[in-house]
Design a protein around this ligand. Sequence first.
Ligand code: MOS
Length: 732
Amino acid sequence: MSFYDDDLKDAPDRVDGRAKVMGKAKYIAEHKPAGMLYGYLVQSTIAKGTITAIDTAEAEKQPGVRLVVSHKNAPKLTIPERPVGARPFYPLMSADILFNAQPIAVVLADSFEEARYAASLVKITYSSSKADSDTRGMFEKALPEARVTPDRGKPLEVFATAEVKIEAEYTIPFEHHHPMELHATVAVWEGGKLTVYDKTQGTQGTAGYVAAAFGIDRTNVRVVAPFVGGAFGAALRPGPQLLIASMAAKLVGKPVKVVYSRRQLATAHGYRPASTQRIKLASDKQGKLSAIIHEAVHNTSSHEIFSEGLVGISRSLYACPNVKTSQTVARLDMQTPLWMRAPGAVSGAFALESALDELAYKLKIDPLELRIRNYAETDPESGKPFSSKELKECYRQGSEKFGWSKRKIEPRMMKDGRWLIGYGMATGTWFAGQSPASARVTFRANGTVLVESAATDIGPGTYTMGATIAAQGLGVPIERVTFALGDSELPPSPGQGGSTITSSVGTAIKEACEKLGTEFAAVDAKTDGSPFKDVAAADIVVENASIMVKGKPETKKSFADILTANNLPQLAVLHRSTVATAERSKYSIASHGAQFVEVAVDEEIGVARVRRVVQATAAGKIINPKGAHSQEIGGVVWGVGMALTEVTEVDDRYARIMNPNLAGYHVPVNADIPEIETIFVPEEDKIVNPLGAKGLGELGLVGIPAAIANAIFNATGKRLRDLPITPDKLIA
Ligand code: MOS
């Protein structure tokens, strides 16, 4: 579907859209409690060593400046005991410098400008040693303890004697999330109670983290994040500004706000780790895979181990009897990496899905045909059936809509004037997780509905998802539903990550609505002549904000009438959903998709443009077609950036990030993005969760970088294995 399609006409609009475009949605940095001071971070100029002196005299003399907080005067936090090399970074706790641009102090002033200027006057002296940020040779400097999964079959032997084989190395650089909203915290202490407005993907996880650090009870911390302006994993973990603002506020006895600048966001915070992957594929002459060997290394920091799964995709995506995977990390003197959109999967898929394309070309088999020949009807790793898997249908519908059959196997065969045209495709997959979650649903006498959950909406449309499910569940117009979220004091929710919030919180809302129907029946059953006396919950039908006994429309009673008759202002249900783990464990559960891309390459100036994308997705039930379409587009846009433009450049002499801004770090703009068509292949899944929805935010990205690189090969005959594919690599 495209945005103007009739399919989308009846899908609900984004319920928070109006507030957002009117500037009424309040983002974190817009909160301004009375008496608030502005904090500006001071960052280290070295990457490794120790602070030997901090001279704050000049800064403190400036007008408006109230205090400079550093490791010298910061309140001591309770830091979990961890072995050396596995210690999360806690700011302002010692004189140690672990990475360049490490936050080492904060200047508090009456205005932002005063704080920022004074921060430039803080003089730091260091004892410095050589830092390593070099991503070349990561296999050689990797930690010896690799994550090795036992081999399936005999991959090494089979590869050694195989008829057809390919072998290649793929590299992906550091990348930053660069959400539009900068990371920010506003911290307010009232007595022993702390309220933080914090950019986070999980209000309750953040509350627990802060409470533990300050050694206070979890009930004394409230985390509020009603609107989050993009996160993509960047706010899955508390940023240093959270503790810095909270410590500073405590010390100065006033509310404190700390907001990253764009530059600080791209230096003090996590990023997608740089990775190197080696793939070996073996097959027979018909392209039947006989061995996959996938080894990966990505960077972590000197102080902590961060690890994401790159190689898992090679164990599950294709039927292959012999598979070897291993993965390890290499320490660099950088801030610890973070999960970034489709973490692990998109990196792994870039390697595996490029390698498949290389094999297809070697065999002179169509790359789509190669994938169908190796289609996994059951999970090749566990042998379990899939709870649902309409990937073949994604291949069929996607290729048809795209016009894949017109593709030429040989590169450089299609031209449009000065442009070389290429077609490429890839497969994507993403786990379809679910966590327990709670929701409270309240029906009020005036006919409005309130849904509550501590979940956040980082942009994918969670507000709309919750309102949609409640509107459908109770049979009320969506305009009457309000979804209150983003507050740790609301009913428990997992953090928003891994594209699982709809499955988790959506299920809780759906079940809460069913329970509310039963609750109304129970209230009514107490009155004389009620038709709901002794009626089993399963026989209560909820529709049009009413209940009736199944098959007996004459028993229908509206919620409003029941409330009036019982003199009640409202009726509420708090429900916690559980995960059917035992049932789920009998199946392999994942969402899938196929991506088809057309690129045009001008070799004289080295420009590659993505001209057309068709993305076919099988992700269970689609709750909101408009939101789902938008998520799939988002995946493509991200993939275009990853494939063609995005790279965080580091000056290895100083282990310092060189392009911490949107002028030097190129995210795609409108002019880079072509027409994107999405297809949602219907998929009925009774196992994944009671909604039958699999979640698709990250799925839409997974295959895209490989599909683009494969299309560039088809256009030019150049196999580019090092992202991003910038003009220098393309120029003839
Ligand atoms: Mo997910 S890494 O929170 O986009």
